[in-house]
Write a protein that binds this ligand. Structure first.
Ligand SMILES: [Cu+2]
Length: 90
């Protein structure tokens, strides 16, 4: 019984990510106060897009303030992953 539920859960997870068309395992994007965007990937690592729409590096551990006033710290520095996503978007 439990196993059947677990399988259903995995199947719906795959369906959701396929629907989102998510080649780089993007979990979410978060807008920052300064106009930059943080890309958060499913493995927990992050990358930065500056206000001009370019992927830029940021040191791991750097504090960032979100548009709604929260502070998050940079995990990883996924410039290439963000860059490839921006190219797909445009
Ligand atoms: Cu950052």
């Amino acid at each position: 019984m439990f196993k059947k539920f677990a399988v259903a859960g995995v199947t719906s997870l795959i369906a959701v990510s396929a629907f989102a068309m998510n080649p780089a395992d993007l979990k979410e994007t978060v807008a920052l106060k300064d106009g930059s965007t943080v890309y958060v990937f499913l493995d927990g690592k992050m990358g930065m897009e500056n206000p001009y729409g370019r992927a830029v590096p940021m040191p791991e551990g750097q504090a960032m303030v979100t548009a709604d006033g929260k502070t998050v710290r940079m995990v990883g520095n996924e410039v290439a992953r963000v860059s490839s996503l921006i190219q797909i978007e445009s």
